[in-house]
Design a protein around this ligand. Structure first.
Ligand code: CP
Length: 312
């Protein structure tokens, strides 16, 4: 398949075939990660800038690893040590980056639409590493890859995503991606964190986790985003955990060898019990490893040849 977009901003304008193409491209990348020497010359001479206005562990480091494995040069743009602290705007920062002739910018920003703005402004390719409450497409792609790897075809599988849906760019991108791949998706959370307006995604909403668990092939817990909460959205963390927290006992209600996912970072003991997070049903560490493979695939597809065989 020929697919050579300039940017990757969200999953809503990708076709199912394009998503499948990205997942297929990530398979040989995943194989490279198990080699003793993880280094390819494919993107030698290409430059990648990591522009993270919000904190990140997994996304930033996996993009950096992915770019380096493919042979590209990486620059970490640290907001705290940049002229942003002197009031420089996103536009002027973007123009400065442009002047350095970079090939790809990976951006994370607290404002929804920041990645789209950069993509419109820059000649360089842009990948959205998470913008506000809007989208986190590379997280959704690595989650799709992990589900496929563990349980095969996503079509017809029952996926329950539970937690702080309203603040979650991960939930939104996953809901869109899973729906395109034919999954039966249910979003679950308390009414204050899952208002009925979320039905614009066209998928099932529920406030009762225990009712939705039977038959679930995949259950994904989301982080309770304490830093984005207004007061009064739920009575207490203890109450939230009792109604919506995943535990070893609660997951048995699926009646299946359900896989348990979490995008990280986790609040252990809040949205997921520690023993479940570390259990054999958990694929949380696999999600992280697969994140490098997915990001290698995307970097290759956007600024590499996009055709031919990347792996010798
Ligand atoms: N899942 C995720 O985006 O993690 P980070 O915030 O650590 O990048």
């Amino acid at each position: 398949m020929k697919w050579k977009p300039k940017d990757l901003l969200d999953l809503d304008n990708l076709t199912t075939e394009e998503i499948e193409h990205i997942l297929q491209t990530a398979k040989p990348m995943r194989e490279i990660l198990s080699r003793p020497i993880k280094k390819l010359p494919t993107l030698r001479g290409k430059s990648v800038v990591l522009l993270f206005y919000e904190s990140s562990t997994r996304t930033r480091t996996s993009f950096e690893s992915a770019a380096k494995i493919l042979g590209a040069d990486t620059t970490n743009f640290t907001v705290a040590q940049s002229s942003i602290t002197k009031g420089e705007s996103l536009l002027d920062t973007a123009k400065t980056i442009q002047a350095m002739n970079v090939d790809l910018v990976v951006v994370r920003h607290s404002s929804s639409g920041a990645a789209d703005f950069l993509a419109d402004t820059l000649k360089a390719s842009v990948i959205n590493g998470g913008d506000g409450q809007h989208a986190h497409p590379t997280q959704a792609l690595l989650d799709l890859f992990t589900i496929q790897e563990r349980i095969g075809d996503i079509k017809g599988k029952k996926v329950v995503i539970v937690g702080d849906i309203i603040h979650s760019r991960v939930a939104r991108s996953n809901a869109i991606g899973l729906q395109k791949m034919g999954a039966d998706v249910t979003l679950v959370g308390p009414p204050t964190l899952l208002p009925t307006e979320m039905s614009y995604l066209g998928i099932k909403l529920s406030h009762d986790l225990d009712k939705e668990l039977p038959g679930a092939d995949v259950v994904m817990a989301l982080r309770l985003q304490l830093e984005r909460q207004q007061s009064g959205l739920f009575p207490s963390i203890r109450e939230y955990s009792k109604l919506y927290g995943l535990s070893v006992d609660r997951i048995k209600k699926t009646g299946k060898q359900t896989i348990v996912m979490h995008p990280g970072p986790m609040n252990r003991g809040v949205e997921i019990a520690s023993d479940l997070a570390d259990s054999v049903q958990s694929v949380i560490e696999k999600q992280v490893t697969n994140g490098v493979a997915i990001r290698m695939a995307l970097i290759y597809l956007l600024i590499g040849g996009g055709t031919g065989n990347v792996v010798d």
